[in-house]
Write a protein that binds this ligand. Sequence first.
Ligand code: ADP
Ligand code: MG
Length: 240
Amino acid sequence: MVTLRGVNKWYGDFHVLRDIDLTVTKGERIVICGPSGSGKSTLIRCINRLEEHQQGDIIVRNTPLTNDLKNIETIRREVGMVFQHFNLFPHLTVLENCTLALIWVRKMPRRQAEEIAMKLLARVKIQDQAKKYPGQLSGGQQQRVAIARSLCMNPEIMLFDEPTSALDPEMIKEVLDVMIELAEEGMTMMCVTHEMGFARTVADRVIFMDAGQIIEENDPETFFHHPQSERTKLFLSQIL
Ligand code: ADP
Ligand code: MG
């Protein structure tokens, strides 16, 4: 699904990603964790070309990420993204947020787009809020709408960047439950999260990043109970 080979990225002089090698296979669930500023968001933003890398290869389902606009369009179709702050359009209803890309990018008739959107809103259990505006919903509800909106495009892989870290504690579970369901249905997922319960339940692999590098990757059991590097041990001692 996704291959990164020798990926390096700089913001100006700042070397933010260092020699990243990573392969994600179909149906795999990857959790990425690590201290703030370690490059986690940058890494997953590179995978749908919200950020550009300067060195190495990123290949998403046989499409190399280059400056070729056609490739970027292909990748945006196949890769769904969910952000920490939901990023819904505040002036559009829940339903309109979900149908926007189907109508304007996919050129789908409105009726058909709405049918798909309602199905996916039902899947995240929020179909009764379809006519409301994002500002009228709780954070947990908004994040579920954001997930439904991504799913409307029928992506092959979903990227999550700390989807629960802006939420009040009582809303975290409703979002994690939706993500767990997605995982159980076989979605390929890469999630930046510090929800270690989620990592234990669904991750096939946990990746630990620090200072732009992948320091360690392992199955959750080994990762949590037998961390190899001192940096991983220190990080785990701070969050667990
Ligand atoms: P994480 O998600 O692990 O907290 P980020 O990928 O957001 O880390 O950021 C990694 C580093 O890159 C941080 O030091 C951050 O300040 C820096 N950074 C992030 N985005 C930019 C940008 N657009 N321009 C310059 N520096 C950035
Ligand atoms: Mg981040």
